[in-house]
Every structure is written in C-alpha cells, then in structure tokens.
Ligand binder design. Structure first.
Ligand code: AVI
Length: 322
C-alpha cells in the first residue's frame, strides 16, 4: 500500500550505540549521577512497562482510559470536525483508536515516533479499522518542532495528542521546551490534548511506583541490563536497588538506582566508582497541580481551552491552545 511505501522510505532515527554510550558516560560523569529514562524502552523495557500498566497499584493508565471514555463526546465537540490528529510517540493504539472514532470526520492521523519499527506497528494496528483516515506517519524526535505532512483532504486544524502523562517524565525545563515545540507543530489554529497525572496522597503515588510484585523495580533495573548489552558496561544487577520516592516539595516521583555497596563500574575504558548508598537518578514522574502545570504552559506560550479531571484517583486531560 502507499502507507507501507511511505514507511519504507523513512529513516530509522532510533539512537545508536554511539549516542547511548555518549549519554551514559556524560550522565555517570556528573557529580549527581544520572541516566536518561528514555533508554528504559528497549523491547524488554516496553514489555515491562505494559505489565506495569496492569498492576493493581499503577492507576494512571486505567484512570486515563476511563476518563477518556467518559469525556470523548465533549472533546469531540470542543475540537470540531475534520481534524488532523498528530500523536507524540506511537500510542498504545487503544487510546488513539477511541479518539479517532469519537471525532467528527477526522481527515488524517500522523504518529510522530523516533523508532521506525514502532511507527510501522502503530499504523498496522490502526489503518485497517479506519479506512477513511489518511495515515501520514513521520519518523522524528517529537521534542523538536515537526513538519506535519499535508493531508489530501484539507484539515480544519491539527490536534496534537500526548496522553499517558509522558510529559511528567520531563524535567520542568525540558517540559517547557517540549510544550513550545508542540505549540509550533500545532500551528496558530491548532490544539493539543495532553494527559497529566495530578498531585494526590503521596502514599498512593509511591505505591504506583513500588508495586508489590516488583515489576517496576525490574523495569528500572532493565536500564542497566540494556547498557551492559548495548554499550558493554559491567553493572552488577544485584549491586543496585530500585528506589522511588515522592517529593512533596517538587511534586514528583524521583526514581533512583541505589548502589548497595562500594563498587566500580567499567564503561568505555573508564572506571566509575560508587560508594555504598550512592544513587543514580533515572527518572522523574511529575504530578501536577493547576498552579504547577499553569506555570509550564505560561512559559511555553500555551493556555488551557478546556479541562477534564478524574477525581479518585485524580488524573487530568487538558485541551491546550496557543
Ligand atoms: C511512561 N511514563 C508516563 C511512566 C510514568 O508513570 O512515569 C513510566 C513509568 N515509570 C515507572 N512506572 C511507570
């Protein structure tokens, strides 16, 4: 099909060994050690994340799905007919299919995704069910402004879709840069529908990132297994432990891998010395209030056009406009 042809022509922008190595060396050389959470998502990491979304404790995914189902008619009303839906990251397909089915005569769908394989599979899932929606995938880094291909039928406006509270994984500075890039990608008449997890009882939040079966711990530790395999480091997976704590001052889960003893890790001919109890910061998951989210929007030149919340546990969808 023409969609398959278009996909074949796309360059795979998945970060290669050199990029991952450079990021790992830079992060471990920092006084407060860190590794980028985007590297969680290799094949095993993506499977483990999917498993996390089915644990009893991890409420965001099921809460967002239920909220979406409840308010989709209102979203469709607010967005209007003939939109071009642009999704940041290749969605689970589940949320995207529901959104496209609820909208009035959507003209096109563009997933923006850095991995060509993930793009392929999202289109494979969606195209058969939505024959009237033109599929226009783009292989790109969605943290920068993206040129969205024009649809055959003219679109009334673009609707960017960024569910899952993935925004929360970005530090505030990076979240502002991403929201600014989204403002450019959506255009003057565009909108964005963003899912955000909200501040609530810290015990509930911490439980979601410390599930009793240890799926989240396995997910976090998989980062070290991936680095060992792909860039040749020698992290001892029993030498580090998952720790996720909620900071009520900064409204975010801070996830660390904590060295269980004094030890050396080797990477690219360098030695990284760890003391007992020394953490590597591997992830943030921000939980917003109206004030903290409003602050990001203001810095990015966006405002809230409409807002929907689930109450228990609290979770939000925000329709944004420039
Ligand atoms: C993908 N992202 C929104 C998840 C979150 O909740 O921050 C990733 C995750 N990390 C641990 N559990 C889930």
């Amino acid at each position: 099909s023409t969609v398959q042809d278009a996909l074949q022509a796309l360059t795979d922008l998945t970060p290669g060994r050199q990029q991952i190595l450079a990021d790992a060396v830079a992060g471990l050389s920092h006084a407060s050690r860190q590794l980028p959470s985007k590297y969680f998502y290799d094949a095993r990491g993506s499977r483990l994340f999917e498993q996390i979304t089915h644990t009893r404790e991890y409420y965001p995914t099921r809460t967002e799905l239920a909220l979406l189902d409840r308010v989709l008619p209102e979203i469709a009303q607010a967005v209007g007919p003939r939109v071009h839906v642009v999704e940041l990251g290749s969605g689970s397909g589940r949320k995207t299919a529901r959104l496209l089915a609820a909208l009035q005569d959507p003209v096109a769908y563009t997933p923006i995704e850095i991995s060509r394989a993930a793009l392929l599979s999202s289109i494979d899932h969606l195209a058969p069910a939505l024959p009237d929606v033109e599929m226009l995938p783009v292989c790109a880094d969605f943290t920068r402004p993206v040129q969205v291909p024009a649809s055959e039928r003219p679109a009334a406006r673009r609707l960017l879709f960024f569910p899952g509270s993935t925004l929360g994984n970005f530090a505030d500075e990076d979240a502002i840069a991403l929201l600014s890039a989204m403002r450019q990608t959506m255009g003057r008449h565009g909108l964005a529908l963003v899912g955000i997890d909200l501040h609530k009882d810290p015990a509930l939040i911490e439980a979601a990132y410390n599930d009793a079966d240890g799926v989240t711990a396995a997910f976090t530790l998989n980062l070290l297994a991936r680095l060992n395999r792909e860039v040749g480091s020698d992290f001892d997976l029993d030498g580090f432990r998952h720790r996720a704590r909620y900071s009520t001052a900064r409204l975010r889960i801070e996830t660390d891998l904590v060295s269980q003893r004094e030890q050396d890790v080797h990477l690219d001919g360098r030695t990284f010395h760890f003391s007992a109890g020394e953490p590597i910061r591997v992830e943030y998951s921000h939980k917003y209030t109206d004030a903290s989210f409003g602050h990001l929007l203001q810095q990015a030149g966006l405002e809230v056009a409409a807002s929907w919340n689930a109450d228990d546990p609290a979770y939000g969808l925000r329709l944004l406009r420039p």
